[in-house]
Design a binder for this molecule. Structure first.
Ligand code: ADE
Ligand code: ZN
Length: 330
């Protein structure tokens, strides 16, 4: 039986990475852009490894050029998430792609995304919050400009700041200035680490950027002392198993460390990352995890409660989400 209707809370979703291929194809056609190299024979996104994935991601994103494009994208993404039972989603937003890190342009993109999110909440019952993310392989200077965009628009909807991109480029401390700026603006912090970098990369993100959540974090499994530290500090991991498996980090669902992490009491949550790129959805993630680890509704309620408690939202929103989880549990 599919877990499609189980209510789900997602903390790690890249907005552009959630764009359906047909949506991007439609934009490219309207704008006379040739991005045929982005797709495979079946019309899905085509890439060979993580570096190529990032190139394809950026080529597909080049078709998104106006606030109106982002309005339509946000609505399409949230409709699909809601159809998979997602009641709350936190999405990574990129001023790099939305107006080239110009604060005025970014405000217009953000306004369009937020307007679409409000419409999706009314129409599909899904709640969204935004996390501005800087992109590691674009370098620290661009990250500072991105942090300024985030700081200028921080508030009750734009609530977080993060770091994505190629973890093999540079070090977390290169981005400390950007993270300090975001922290001072009241934003809550997360960083991708322990995906393409090992355990030390997770330690560096925790200590040099002082983040409260880690995106992925799965390579911590290589270092038992770090696993213990994560458990003791209650660091929340935004784990995206289907993404890790599609990108070749682990060979199977059963060998993915999320099962062991949960058994050791780590605060794990489940997300899709870039669902159409990895041929996944929140429903598929839950179904595969139930198959691999025998997880039942009680486990998924634990994961979702952890996610709500770690969500970058205000307390009223958090309380309303907890009530929705409790109601479905009755
Ligand atoms: N941007 C989009 N998906 C990503 C991932 N899995 N890792 C790092 N950066 C990303
Ligand atoms: Zn990610």
């Amino acid at each position: 039986m599919s877990l499609k209707n189980v209510p789900k809370v997602e903390l790690h979703l890249h907005l552009e990475g959630a764009a359906p291929p047909a949506f991007i194809r439609g934009l490219a056609k309207r704008k006379n852009m040739d991005i045929s190299g982005v797709f495979d024979a079946d019309g899905g996104y085509a890439f060979t490894d993580f570096r190529h994935f990032l190139q394809v991601y950026e080529a597909a994103t080049a078709t998104l050029q106006t606030p109106e494009d982002y309005h339509r994208l946000t609505l399409a993404v949230l409709e699909e998430s809601a159809a998979n039972g997602v009641i709350y989603t936190e999405s990574f937003l990129s001023p790099d792609f939305c107006g080239g890190r110009d604060v005025g342009a970014w405000r217009e993109y953000l306004h369009a995304i937020r307007d679409a999110a409000d419409q999706a909440e009314r129409e599909f019952g899904i709640v969204m919050r935004g996390i501005v993310t800087c992109i590691r392989h674009f370098g620290p200077e661009k990250a500072r400009q991105t942090a300024l965009c985030a700081a200028e628009t921080a508030g009750d909807w734009l609530t977080g700041f993060g770091l994505a991109g190629d973890e093999r480029v540079g070090k977390p401390k290169d981005f400390a200035y950007a993270f300090d700026m975001a922290r001072e603006a009241g934003l809550r912090l997360t960083a991708h680490a322990g995906e393409w970098g090992g355990a030390q990369s997770v330690r560096d993100a925790l200590h040099d950027l002082r983040v409260e959540r880690i995106g992925h974090g799965v390579r911590a499994a290589e270092d038992p002392a770090l696993v213990e530290e994560l458990a003791e500090t209650g660091t929340v991991l935004e784990v995206c198993p289907g993404s890790n498996i599609a990108l070749g980090l682990f060979r199977s669902w059963r060998s993915h460390p999320i099962g062991g992490f949960f058994d050791k009491g780590l605060k794990v949550t489940v997300s899709t990352d870039d669902p159409p790129f990895f041929h996944t959805s929140m429903t598929r993630e839950y179904d595969r995890l139930a198959d691999a680890f025998g997880w039942d509704d009680a486990v998924f309620t634990t994961l979702n409660t952890t996610a709500v408690n770690a969500a970058f939202c205000d307390d009223d929103t958090r309380a309303a989400l907890l009530r929705r989880l409790e109601k479905s549990d009755a």
